[in-house]
Unconditional design. Structure first.
Length: 105
């Protein structure tokens, strides 16, 4: 499947909580998690090389509707609720229109 919708989210964890934020974001890949869906074709969690408390998630979805539908679900909403207390401030989001590329992990 190809991605037609994507975004990046950059989050800054509270000081020293970057590991916790990364671990929580990676649970999105667990069975039943939103990123485990066949509609999520890219889910990349990265950290800043200069500041381990700055974490970025890059996602690619088959459609924007698929993304919104899956993130409206109970599992995704519970994950999002657990993220908020780890953050030092507001996250920044950038919508993307995927063109082409590769994602192999």
């Amino acid at each position: 499947m190809n991605a037609t919708y994507g975004f990046t989210a950059t989050m800054t964890a509270l000081p020293g909580r970057g590991d916790d934020l990364v671990a929580l974001l990676l649970t999105g890949l667990d069975a039943g998690g939103p990123a485990a869906s066949e509609h999520c074709v890219v889910y990349l969690v990265s950290r800043s090389a200069a500041d381990p408390d700055v974490v970025q998630v890059t996602e690619g979805w088959t459609t924007e509707d698929d993304h919104h539908r899956l993130f409206a679900g109970e599992t995704a909403q519970a994950m999002v609720a657990r993220i908020a207390p780890l953050l030092a401030g507001e996250s920044t989001y950038t919508d993307l229109t995927p063109v082409n590329g590769k994602a192999t992990f």
